[in-house]
Design a protein around this ligand. Structure first.
Ligand SMILES: Cc1cc2nc3c(=O)[nH]c(=O)nc-3n(C[C@H](O)[C@H](O)[C@H](O)COP(=O)(O)O)c2cc1C
Length: 301
């Protein structure tokens, strides 16, 4: 969804390019030392405004959600004696987590990655099956190798998607997926592939130095739910530890479609993968949390 408007205040902007580097849709440019919006803001993620050190960017949504709470009378929440963390602190942690797309070269220590997995498994799981699986890549070179396998998958997919006759035939046979992919993703994936192969730029893992791949053994009652709840635990705990994270849906999709990728990671093919998290130390600190669109609650009588 597009935001209502993005406004850049040229009197505040100092041309630092943080918005250029942080925007996942690559919608910004700096021209004559001032940020300008040259592309389409397809993510409406609010990252540009949240990261701008000059507060020069404002993103207006149709209506943004406020984060005032009415359920707790004070800062500590109603059960402050039982709860080790206040509600405002908890929500601030949740609101501060951002998808990080710019990482330092620094590696994430093995013991931190291990701790994140221990924190992950405090999540609930359907019928308490705890059949989640975790695979960790802790060095940048291996992340790049993983990325190359994913890029190769998407290069092949894009070559197929380019063929209009193939898209039409599959659609005619009741398989519209390739046609949908072509309309929705072909162009942005193509841009990403060109940057990967021609410039060595990593717009897949965004330069992350580690990844955690979360899956499930067969036989869990709700494997995807379990894996994603464990995933969210990692995202929040990592934020609290000063790490940046980003879910990489493209990697999950490639691993699902090309089981060889899983084999090269020594992940048995009977495990199903539900999330891939890129991790690392963030290059840029966000100045404030991002906005969220207004939600309408359906109160059921
Ligand atoms: C299931 C899922 C898959 C995602 N896949 C990608 C991805 O492949 N690449 C990426 O840069 N961001 C990915 N994201 C991050 C979203 O773009 C991001 O969560 C959204 O723009 C909101 O920004 P925030 O996470 O900073 O709040 C994914 C998020 C989810 C939930």
């Amino acid at each position: 969804m597009q935001p209502l408007s993005i406004h850049i205040d040229p009197t505040r902007c100092n041309g630092c390019k943080i918005c250029v580097n942080i925007c996942p849709a690559r919608a910004f440019n700096v021209i004559d030392k001032k940020a300008v919006l040259t592309g389409s803001c397809s993510f409406a993620c609010d990252h540009c405004a949240a990261a701008c050190p000059q507060s020069a960017i404002s993103v207006e949504f149709v209506a943004s959600e406020t984060f005032d709470f009415t359920s707790s009378p004070n800062d500590q929440g109603q059960n402050s004696s039982d709860t080790p963390i206040s509600l405002p602190s908890l929500v601030l942690l949740m609101r501060s987590r951002r998808s990080c797309r710019l990482y330092q070269k620094k590696s994430v220590e093995k013991n931190i990655l291990e701790d994140l997995v221990k924190i992950a498994i405090t999540a609930p799981s359907g019928t308490n099956s705890q059949k989640w699986t975790f695979s960790i890549i802790d060095n940048r070179n291996r992340v790049i190798k993983f990325g190359a396998e994913i890029a190769a998958y998407f290069r092949k997919l894009n070559r197929q998607a380019e063929l209009a006759w193939l898209r039409k035939t599959l659609k005619f046979c009741g398989r519209p997926e390739l046609d949908f992919y072509f309309k929705e993703y072909f162009e942005s994936v193509n841009d990403g592939l060109n940057l990967w192969y021609e410039k060595g730029e990593d717009h897949l893992f965004h330069g992350a130095s580690a990844t955690i791949i979360i899956g499930a053994h067969p036989g869990a009652s709700c494997p995807q739910d379990d894996a994603l709840l464990a995933t969210q635990n990692i995202l929040l705990a990592a934020e609290n530890m000063g790490l940046g994270t980003c879910l990489i849906g493209f990697a999950v999709e490639a691993m699902r479609r090309d089981r060889k990728i899983q084999t090269t990671l020594n992940i048995p093919t009977h495990e199903k993968i539900y999330s891939v998290i890129a991790l690392g130390y963030p290059e840029i600190a966000f100045q404030r949390p991002t906005a969220r669109r207004k939600i309408n609650i359906n109160w059921v009588d």
